[in-house]
Design a protein around this ligand. Structure first.
Ligand code: ATP
Ligand code: MG
Length: 646
């Protein structure tokens, strides 16, 4: 449908970028022909305490083991901080932009060093040792980055839990990884509203008897309940210890962090990442994918509670000595121009966000964007879901003034870093396609029997061989790791996503395989139908699922959210059905359209289609794990309306 729109690499971009087309071809070929040599070379981008002599030891069969640089030792925090001190100690490492537009702060690499050393000493003083798990439940404030890096400095394993999660979800995550130390703040601030983090943590810890200490950042100054002996004030503790903490020597394969997936498809998994390979991959992808150049201001709008925040707010940028912006607030506060005001305020060069944010801002029209300059922007990025071409074009034309290439980056919590993406100097873009694999990544498309499909095709997306940033296990449940990722298609890593590869070898993620629908024998990705619906001028968002249909096997059930000011009508329903028919073909026309004032989303903003599938099939008694839903009332409303229809 959209294969015809093509945005070639501009010659001036190719010339200035880290790699052009020829370099990409050469490096990619080497990376897959001789991964040992390729990664052996690129692993040197880090400072190693004991250099590795072994590069790769991977077996995707049997018990499955994945090791990279495994006889080397290093310290992740020293790579993100100490090694920059001599050359850029006074450069800003982190720009903090508060929820309140009048609040911002610059933290230099020297400041960062002191803060992280102090906090690492606080952890040690309170009994946290190498290998212990520390749960971090903080707003988007610099202390979140300090906490991650302080754990890395002493070899403790952090588990960051998004500050939007409920006490119950927090409790489950504390208990699952048996962590004894929790870092939180009195309150968070989002869109001018206070979030009671300490109160939530208190409730969670009541059900997690293993927790010995709760370290509390004084952020808003709001009142908090206090448990003597257990609770500690962050500012008092860091003032009581030395500003120097030598980095621990850590094996490349020692764990760095656990992070729970967002739960779009089921119960969240405790994804475990290790130190050396992860950091090599995060820093290399950060430099090449965003074409980062020293001195540039880089902003990723994710929360540190997601993997995007780990790899592309904290670890990748800081390992590269970059200036990374941390934003506490939301795109719509104080008004819908906020993102672009922040871009202008800090002269942001590289901007990385999610389709859900772009779509919500697109609803508000061009004016709030156009009244800002955005002249500093050079590269735009997208992550988290397929970006529908409509939103891509708006991002490109309106936000980027048709000047900035867009990197649509496909990856997962499990992959540690970006796997499929354009490189701006090498790969022309097609809106809606994540384009081509990064170095060392070998995507394969297989049918349901596991047969590899060549050329232009569609099927299940697997990765044939390992890359250094790959997860190593599900924490405490290696069997689930093997089952989830290596049993469906033995010998390959199964991503759970479906994809199409076009005649130019570009990859188009069609959504999760579970979401692919089969209508009268035709397989269809939900992403394509949703894109068509969203392309209609009255539609803001759409989610498509299959439901049992007597004749077709599966019918197409579409949940549609209209733009502000539009009203549902039978006429509009027909118009939309015809619209999809015209855009894709009769086979794709929705059988049922339900008007949805809101869609069930994870707290990272992804549509939970598995819940919509249940509602469509009238199986609302068995919705499965809903603990990561952002707004549970949306579901009740959808069920009520479904029942009225039936
Ligand atoms: P869970 O695994 O618990 O169900 P999740 O898959 O939503 O949750 P994440 O690891 O945050 O957890 O998300 C990874 C998924 O997001 C990918 O498998 C893919 O479906 C989707 N995704 C991410 N980036 C893109 C992109 N650029 N294009 C298309 N899909 C994307
Ligand atoms: Mg997933």
């Amino acid at each position: 449908m959209t294969d015809n729109t093509y945005f070639p690499v501009k010659p001036e971009v190719a010339q200035a970028a880290h790699v052009d087309e020829a370099a990409y071809a050469r490096m990619y070929e080497q990376s897959v022909k001789d991964p040992e040599a390729f990664w052996g070379e690129h692993g040197k981008r880090l400072d190693w305490i004991k250099p590795y002599s072994k590069v790769k030891d991977v077996d995707y069969t049997g018990d499955v083991h994945i090791r990279w640089f495994y006889d080397g030792t290093l310290n992740v925090s020293a790579n993100c901080i100490d090694r920059h001190l001599a050359t850029r100690g006074d450069q800003t490492a982190i720009i903090f932009e508060g929820d309140d537009p009048s609040v911002s702060k610059h933290i230099t690499y020297k400041d960062l060093h002191e803060q992280v050393c102090r906090l690492a000493n606080v952890l040690k003083k309170n009994g946290v040792k190498k290998g212990d798990r520390v749960t971090i439940y903080l707003p988007m404030i610099p202390e979140a980055a300090y906490s991650m890096l302080a754990c890395a400095r002493i070899g403790a394993i952090h588990s960051v839990v998004f500050g939007g999660f409920s006490p119950d979800s927090l409790k489950d995550r504390i208990v699952d990884c048996d962590s004894h130390f929790v870092i939180t703040s009195d309150e968070g601030l989002r869109g001018g509203r206070k979030v009671p983090l300490k109160a939530n943590a208190d409730k969670a810890v009541a059900g997690a008897p293993g927790v010995k200490h709760v370290l509390v950042v004084k952020h808003t100054g709001g009142d908090v309940a206090w448990t003597e002996g257990r609770d500690l004030w962050y500012h008092e503790e860091v003032a009581s210890v030395s500003a120097d903490c030598p980095p621990e020597e850590i094996n490349a394969e020692d764990p760095l962090f656990i992070l729970y997936t967002s739960g779009s498809t089921g119960k969240p998994k405790g994804v475990l990442h290790t130190s050396g390979g992860y950091l090599v991959y995060a820093s290399m992808t950060h430099e090449y994918v965003f074409d980062y150049k020293p001195g540039e201001i880089y902003w990723c709008t994710a929360d540190v509670g997601w993997v995007t925040g780990h790899s592309y707010i904290v670890y990748g940028p800081l390992a590269n000595g970059a200036t990374t912006l941390m934003f506490e607030g939301v795109p719509t506060y104080p008004d819908v121009s906020r993102f672009w005001q922040v871009v202008d305020k800090h002269k942001v060069n590289i901007f990385y966000t999610a389709p859900t944010a772009i779509r919500s801002l697109m609803r508000e029209g061009e004016a709030p964007v156009k009244k800002t300059s955005r002249a500093s922007l050079r590269v735009l990025g997208s992550v988290g879901e397929p970006i529908n071409p409509e939103a891509w074009l708006w991002y490109y034309n309106v936000v980027g003034d048709a000047r900035c290439p867009i990197v649509d980056t496909w990856w997962q919590t499990e992959t540690g870093g970006i796997l499929i993406t354009p490189l701006i100097g090498a790969i022309g873009q097609k809106p809606g396609s994540a384009t081509k694999p990064f170095f060392g990544v070998q995507p394969v498309v297989v049918d349901n029997e596991g047969t590899i499909l060549d050329g232009e095709t569609e099927g299940n997306l697997c990765i044939a061989d390992s890359w250094p940033g790959q997860m190593r296990t599900v924490f405490g449940d290696h069997e689930r790791f093997v089952q989830t990722y290596f049993s469906t298609f033995p010998g390959k890593y199964f991503t759970g996503d479906g994809c199409r590869r076009d005649a130019d070898g570009y990859y188009w993620i069609t959504g999760r395989v579970d979401d692919v629908i089969n209508v009268s024998g035709h397989r269809m990705g939900t992403a394509e139908i949703e894109s068509a619906l969203v392309a209609h001028p009255k539609v803001a968002e759409a989610a498509v699922v299959g439901y049992p249909h007597d004749l077709k096997g599966q019918g197409i059930y579409a949940y549609v959210t209209l733009n502000a000011g539009e009203t549902p009508s039978e006429e509009l329903r027909k118009e939309l059905v015809n619209w999809v028919r015209k855009e894709i073909g009769p086979i794709a026309s929705p059988d049922l359209i339900q008007w949805a004032p809101g869609l069930p989303k994870t707290r990272s903003g992804k549509i939970m289609r598995r819940i919509l599938r249940k509602i469509a099939a009238n199986e609302h008694e068995s919705l499965g794990d809903t603990s990561t839903l952002a707004d549970p009332t949306v579901v009740t409303e959808l069920i009520d309306n479904r029942m009225n229809q039936a």
